[in-house]
Design a protein around this ligand. Sequence first.
Ligand code: FEO
Length: 444
Amino acid sequence: MNPYIRGGIERTQMMQEIAVKNNENTTKTWKFLITNSHCTNLAHGGGFIMNIPVKNNVSWVGKIDWDLRKFHGNELSTHRGSTYNSYLIKEEKAALVDTVWGPFAKEFVKNLSMEIDLQKIDYVIANHGESDHSGALPELMRLIPKTPVYCTANGVKSLKGHYHEDWDFKVVKTGDRLSLGKKELIFIEAPMLHWPDSMFCYLTGDNILFSNDAFGEHLASEFMFNDLVDQSELSYESMKYYANILTPFSALVEKKIKEVLSLNLPVDMICTSHGVIWRNNPKHIIETYLTWANKYKENQITILYDTMWSGTRIMAEHIAKGIASADKSVTVKLFNIGHSDKNDVITEIFKSKGIVFGSPTINKGILTAAASMLEELRGLSFKEKKAAAFGCYGWSGESVQILNERLKAAGFIVVDDGLKMLWNPDAPSRKACFEYGQNLAKKL
Ligand code: FEO
């Protein structure tokens, strides 16, 4: 069977491995992605043309980062790597949309120079100043210092703040246009999607929306299009990205999407700055975002807890059994947040209609993993999700009250006073946890 046919869809690109003997007479295998007449070195970066044709005179010239496991410092887990998408548009005028993260700056500029004489880049578009997209600008602008950089007013602040350079900034607002010849770029400010400086741009004629972080996902793939990758991975990573990055801005997401739709611009493709290009039914991810932005919840209850000597874990498990026995349709998931990936847990909370949060009492407080998660939840500001608290204790027993207060402060609707148990739950206490769970099934 052709390994590049999956799910009945034949890939339009082909993989090829070439074994090359080097001077030391050892064999090195190079892996290539063949896309029409272009050849992208995947395995070893650098030294080969880095180009994936997108549409007509638009090509991807970014970086696939298979190595990435943490993003935003250590804030966000990226189990499947990511990509930093940069796009080169070669019309009568040439424009470069975004660059890549700083550690890949030299590789990026070298590869870009094989695509185009850098002096022939007429415009640089910086849709967003965060360094995963602007990190190669200093390396690039050192070589083309007079090339204008188009960005929002806040983009100037952000780029100057990061790099302390006084490039030829051209400030644009929503509706401003930049002629590339027969086609134009139209700029659309997108503040708080997800930074104050963020913007989109739209290429007329090809009907491409360059959406920067919006509609992205942290997913490395040698097949850069949404119809070519594993659909369950794409779906999960898109949701994780929204849940962990865009949730606080949901009201703005809805407003901005409606504003873009009201422009009546046909959108054939959405070229994001992370992950795949949405070329197959791009409307789907727009509609999905509208659903996620509207207080999204599924029929799921997530129980998250930390535990010292398993007392709170035993409570969690009996509460879970109680919920499941009272409601056969609800999905119940348990996570020990002391050793679970917090971003995966947040994705589960995003899907949930309610959470049950547990911590034992320590030093008149709660365990640090619980405190850390509550700080995350405060910042994410989920809407219309219900919550309850539980925990065991040996002496003073403040944890449940603290959890209740912090859950309320994080915007959750706390449905009752919670459940606290003295010492390790014995048989009557376990029964009480089970019954508490049965009651919660009706309240959450
Ligand atoms: Fe992908 Fe806000 O940077």
